[in-house]
Design a protein around this ligand. Structure first.
Ligand SMILES: Cc1cc2nc3c(=O)[nH]c(=O)nc-3n(C[C@H](O)[C@H](O)[C@H](O)COP(=O)(O)OP(=O)(O)OC[C@H]3O[C@@H](n4cnc5c(N)ncnc54)[C@H](O)[C@@H]3O)c2cc1C
Length: 310
């Protein structure tokens, strides 16, 4: 006997309906689409594969039937033509009065879009900076609510949640915090480039949130930053080599007493690795109770990361 199992993901065609600048580094893009009602998600850190058109294309070029053979069809599409694929997080989903899903939001970090940027913007950041209502995109998203693209999974006995997120994981951290019930203890560090990026999450949890602002830290990192060497200072505080800011803040923090802590850390992979090491080795949190996800890696595009198998 064969048992039919629902494919966990499916293709959604999308159109931009509006954009809203949330902060200096973040823009919210709202999408609609004809199949959105099939978009099944509990939120949390639900990640998505987003496909964007290349410059000059009206719509992403890609195989539109998801299932067996999709991957090969993707590989067979010429690289310079096929859509740009990037990972993003569902920030919010809205339904109408009949319970039909009508819109989703994705929050994009605008990195490298300023003219003097040391690292020029990648295609997704550039697209988000320029996108207009009517623009088309495609999403590989959840067809079932409990799917492997949700990583935040605290064990049932968890009595403390420890979180760190940089700006790329701020949408995920905010969505997670929104779902935590009252009484949940959480100690949270959110790291962003600028003071204006502190977009306060709403939560019913008993969450102590500390913002780490890299711009404000320039000149405060011992032995690294100085007014004479602003670029060096910026690099030292801009989460390069494991975010000295985050490590310092978390290492020196007194965590609330807990028997069964669970940690979720997401952002630049060098930082994620350093923080995970600290939590497992120094804080002695059981490694099976630390979820860590590299959202991007300094110096490498998402394609290059995929080629390296990360
Ligand atoms: C599971 C998951 C969920 C994610 N969710 C989100 C989300 O909701 N919002 C979001 O903005 N990002 C999110 N990201 C991160 C996003 O996929 C990467 O930042 C991605 O590299 C952006 O693509 P790009 O085309 O702009 O840059 P790429 O072409 O991939 O990279 C170009 C250059 O920019 C650098 N770079 C990439 N991202 C940044 C950055 N944020 N700051 C500075 N330099 C950068 C790269 O190191 C590279 O040198 C998520 C990643 C994962 C894995």
């Amino acid at each position: 006997m064969t048992t039919a199992t629902a494919a966990p993901f499916r293709i959604f065609t999308l159109q931009v309906t509006r954009t809203r600048r949330l902060s200096p580094s973040l823009v919210r893009v709202t999408f609609t689409g004809p199949d959105l009602n099939a978009f099944a998600s509990n939120g949390q850190d639900q990640s998505l594969s987003l496909f964007l058109p290349r410059p000059g294309q009206e719509a992403p070029v890609m195989p539109m039937e998801y299932g067996e053979g999709w991957r090969q069809a993707w590989i067979d599409t010429p690289e310079d033509v096929r859509a740009v694929m990037r990972s993003y997080t569902l920030r919010a989903l809205r339904q109408d009065a009949h319970g039909t899903t009508t819109e989703i939001d994705i929050d994009f970090v605008l990195h490298g879009t300023e003219p003097d940027a040391a690292t020029p913007a990648g295609p997704a950041s550039r697209w988000a900076a320029d996108t207009q209502p009517g623009d088309r995109a495609v999403l590989l998203g959840p067809a079932v609510a409990d799917n492997t693209a949700i990583r935040f999974r605290p064990p049932a006995d968890t009595d403390l949640i420890v979180m760190w997120a940089d700006e790329t994981a701020l949408p995920a951290a905010s969505a997670i915090l929104e779902t935590l019930p009252a009484g949940t203890k959480a100690r949270v560090w959110l790291e962003v480039p600028h003071a204006g990026d502190r977009v306060e999450p709403t939560t019913a949890a008993d969450a102590e949130i500390t913002w780490l602002v890299r711009d404000e830290a320039i000149g405060e990192v011992p032995g690294e930053a100085s007014a004479e060497a602003p670029d060096e200072a910026r690099r030292a505080t801009h989460n390069e080599g494991g975010s000295p800011m985050a490590l310092e803040a978390i290492r020196t923090a007194q965590l609330p007493p807990a028997q069964a802590p669970y940690a979720w850390i997401a952002g630049e992979s060098g930082c994620v690795k350093t923080l995970r090491r600290h939590l497992v080795r120094e804080r002695e949190i059981d490694r099976r109770r630390v979820t860590f996800v590299g959202y991007w890696r300094r110096g490498l595009s998402e394609e290059q990361l995929r080629e390296q198998g990360e």
